[in-house]
Design a protein around this ligand. Structure first.
Ligand SMILES: C[S@@+](CC[C@H](N)C(=O)[O-])C[C@H]1O[C@@H](n2cnc3c(N)ncnc32)[C@H](O)[C@@H]1O
Length: 207
């Protein structure tokens, strides 16, 4: 497995607590992935680059401090868990329809002492409440996704930000043509120089 140095290279203001949590993350996922497969076996070698740093692209784009965030289809906790480490004052709800994946999220959050994570075994459509920001990685086409969450995204103040931030790969032209909203597509190669990010995008849809 790679190590957390790659995170410290791009995020230089981490506290000792955050550094320790990030260092603990790899061994914890290695252990849990043996029991419940949440990360493909070949990908776990590149855990910090392809999962942790990838998730933190959202942090490069937007400061989530103090925001209320919903991670839809979080699987084993991506992007929600790395973001919850980076933004300890934000409140995260991580939801997935597969119970054993939520078991991993609960166990990892408990081991790291991440009190800003609530995890739910539920379909995203059924989640109650409102959020400033909805995040996701690799869940479904955007025109399926928007109806699941649009009633839940509410800016708390007139100047507050409310948005979907979705991590996606590949050519998104066809997919994004289907949605009738303004959006911005950010190339992650603008943030991170590793080859993995060449085809990776962040879609920002303001609400
Ligand atoms: C390809 S996985 C991605 C997991 C995680 N976001 C990641 O990047 O590692 C897609 C996840 O979305 C979840 N999912 C799909 N539809 C869902 C829904 N309607 N509500 C909640 N979770 C859903 C699946 O159970 C699965 O864990």
């Amino acid at each position: 497995m790679d190590n957390s140095d790659i995170i410290e290279k791009y995020f230089q203001d981490l506290s000792e607590v955050q550094k320790n949590q990030l260092q603990a993350l790899g061994p914890l996922y290695e252990e849990w992935n043996e029991k419940i497969n949440v990360i493909s076996r070949k990908d776990i070698e590149h855990f910090y680059e392809r999962h942790v740093l990838h998730a933190l692209a959202i942090a490069r784009f937007m400061d989530l401090s103090d925001k209320k965030i919903l991670d839809v289809g979080t699987g084993g906790g991506f992007p929600g868990v790395p973001l919850a480490i980076l933004f300890p004052t934000a409140k995260f709800t991580l939801v997935d329809s597969i119970g054993k994946k939520i078991t991993v999220v609960k166990e990892v959050s408990k081991s790291l002492g991440l009190e800003n994570i609530t995890s739910l075994h539920q379909r995203a459509e059924k989640v109650k409440g409102t959020f400033d920001i909805v995040v996701s990685r690799a869940v479904t086409r955007m025109n399926n996704f928007i109806p699941w969450v649009q009633q839940k995204i509410v800016a708390k103040t007139p100047t507050g930000e409310a948005a979907i931030l979705a991590l996606k790969g590949g050519d998104l032209d066809e997919e994004m043509k289907e949605i009738k909203r303004p959006y911005q597509e950010i190339s992650l190669s603008d943030y991170f120089k590793e080859d993995f990010f060449e085809t990776k995008k962040l879609i920002y849809i303001p609400f």
